[in-house]
Design a protein around this ligand. Sequence first.
Ligand code: UD1
Length: 450
Amino acid sequence: MADARPFHWEFTPEPVPREVFRIEGGRPLNGSVTISGSKNAALKLMAAATLTGERCRFTNVPEIEDVRVMADTLRDLGVVVDHPAPNVYEVASGDVDWLFVPLEAAAKMRASFILLGPLLARFGRVIISNPGGDRIGRRPVNLHVDAMRALGAEIEYRNGYYFARSPGRLRGTALEFPFVSVMGTENAMLAAVLAEGQTTIHPAAEEPEVDDLIAFLQTMGAEIRRSSPDTIEITGRKRLRGGEHRVVPDRIEAGTFVVAAAITGGQVTLEGAPCEHLGAFLEVLGRIGVSVSCGRDTIQVSGLDRQHYRAVDVTTAPYPGLATDLQPPTCVLLTQATGHSHVHETIFEDRLEFLAGLSRMGARIRMHDATHATISGISPLHGAETEIGDLRAGASMILAALVAEGTSLIHGAHHVHRGYENIGRKFQDLGASITTVAESPAPRRRASKG
Ligand code: UD1
């Protein structure tokens, strides 16, 4: 490993440009919108490209902040990342000379931890920041680390960093996870494809983005397949080759626009939308009474019946269950359904915190504990000034503002730009009144945790 560069244990975060969404609510959205490539797939595909020295080309990559962070993180390692056209990225990892993923990257984006598996497997060592530094509480990475150790890696944890090395090639093994983890599954896959011998991963995450990664790894020459819905079998190869891949559409972005049409009483066609990946979510919308019809790669949504929406009970679950990332938009929709809806969040303990912001916009919400809430509707929403603290909560506050009467100012737009391509423009094209303005220094209240 080159040692000419300084080794930073601490860092001062770069100031993020502060922007505010200004939204005049109450307009129905109409028209069509094209769904972008999936954030959660694109980031893992870019990481997979470090498994080979050959060039990998990705199309339909969303133009979002998290992709830019991943590209910069790879460049800092010495990887060549080109961006020859909009939505196209090329990654060539011939000369990786700096096997260090710093806190700067991890603090901006937790998904940088996906580089542990591929860098360790190909280069035999990596030093990688714990996402969030020493804050191991809420979103731990113990499953990733345990999986690497089971594959033969030696890993020490010091000063917020994992020091991982593998004396020879990693060795395939039977990996039994205590519960399903999306990135845990993916990190294990990205290590095992270059390990010696066979690996099985069980229970493996069943998310479509995991299948997209499997498809690209197969293109690279990896021997990897699902032998049952929750089992992945891998026979490691010594070398993998480059390849080209089109990123699967973003089912979470699609779900967000489905709710936007339903809640504003509009009629919207989603182009390039992955109906088959939205089964549990569309089933919930059907129970609420939203009219949705699926074409080959389109989804048509009509919110014309919105005064008849009915309350439903929802529980999040790993795929194929209702995605935790679609729970916040679903909650916004439920404020406009008649009756009492019970919501149970089972994946992340802090994912209902954003409901405090919805309450300030007039929603009637009772929190039973951190993961159970009751939403009572129909609640007319009104505009408010609020601040968002994370990506999915942010998109959901926009949805609430679109249906609210009056003006909303939503601070913290950069959280939404992490994962949604051109969200303001896409909503404008559907007839929404939404602009992004520079932050004013006025005091404000938070809608969710930072
Ligand atoms: C991924 C998605 C995220 C989505 C989530 C669940 C990416 C970049 N992010 O996150 O958008 O909301 O799946 O669908 O793909 N856990 C541990 N130890 C670990 C790993 C996870 O305890 O080592 C816990 C988590 O705290 C959580 C649960 O396992 O309670 C599931 O998390 P996981 O599936 O790993 O989520 P991510 O892969 O981080």
